[in-house]
Design a protein around this ligand. Structure first.
Ligand code: MN
Length: 294
């Protein structure tokens, strides 16, 4: 007689697959800064709650010196991550923040900021990213808030297999390593890692079920669950499992972003992102009459 034993439940969740590739296209923003835009190049190229990802990478000052002079934002968060270079941030209240190599500025625009983001160098390499993350309707009009993080405040974790992970937001939790990013407590529960893989290196990590996720290789290329993802392309992941990627020929560096989707209507007019057209018209009126930043 064969005893009937209950097998332990095995939770076989396959890693997420590559659902969509959004190749970055050249774009110009601010006073003529040349950059690569993946998310946000069209209204359809968003990954709720992520609205836009711009990648600036140049050794030619003509591509960046003009910077981003005074301009407004309302209704979302801007995350600026510098790899190389020096930007000065100044807002309408006189707040100033220096953003240097390896640092992050996490700005919650809320009801409004008017600010400038200007390069503080006339030569050399300028390399970094700006990510826009939407805010839920209930938080779009909250007061603006800044987090300026120096490189030393962002955990930089060396994994046993040679990978390195900088943990900007969320929790790194793999065998042998755990680290908390300095950004926490946001409604969208973002995870923001900058991962460097050696040649043929791999990175596997759990992701919260139901959260949106994408990867953006900015050096080298990736293999995402068996499918090739080229450099300078956002690879949108689908499924409820974690991420399983491998450097595809040579070393690779990539951003991994994941967050809880808001599933709310998005109406964008340039630097204002609200839920309805009326709210956009209100934002434009508020900017014109000086009450955006009330
Ligand atoms: Mn801005």
């Amino acid at each position: 007689m064969t005893p009937v034993t209950a097998f332990p439940e095995i939770n076989v969740t396959r890693p997420r697959s590559l659902a969509r590739v959004i190749r970055a296209v050249p774009a110009s923003d601010g006073a003529g800064v040349r950059l690569l835009r993946s998310l946000g190049q069209t209204p359809g190229a968003r990954v709720d709650p992520f609205l836009m990802l711009d990648h600036l990478s140049s050794e030619n000052p003509d591509d960046y010196v003009a910077g981003f002079p005074s301009h407004p934002h309302r209704g979302f968060e801007t995350v600026t991550y510098m790899l190389d270079g020096h930007l000065l941030h100044e807002d309408h209240l006189g707040n100033r923040g220096h953003l240097r190599s390896g640092g992050v500025q996490w700005m919650t625009a809320g009801r409004g900021v008017i600010h400038s983001e200007m390069p503080q160098q006339e030569r050399g390499r300028m390399r970094g990213f700006q990510l826009w993350i939407n805010l839920p309707a209930a938080e779009k009009m909250k007061p603006a808030r800044y987090r300026d993080l120096g490189a030393e405040e962002i955990p930089d974790v060396a994994l046993p297999d040679g990978a390195r992970v900088r943990v900007v937001a969320g929790t790194l939790d793999v065998a042998g390593a755990r680290a908390e990013g300095p950004i926490a407590g946001l409604a969208t529960e973002p995870l923001f890692f900058d991962v460097a893989l050696p040649a043929n290196g791999a990175f596997d990590h759990p992701l919260a079920a139901g959260h949106s996720a994408f990867v953006y290789p900015y050096e080298g290329a990736l293999d995402v669950a068996g499918v090739a993802l080229p450099t300078h392309a956002a690879g949108v992941l689908e499924g409820d499992g974690g991420i399983a990627v491998r450097a595809n020929a040579g070393a690779a560096r990539f951003l991994l972003l994941a967050a809880k989707p808001l599933r709310e209507p998005v109406v964008q007019w340039g630097p204002f992102v609200m839920n309805t057209r009326d709210e956009i018209e209100q934002a434009i009126r508020d900017y014109q009459d000086g009450s955006l930043v009330g």
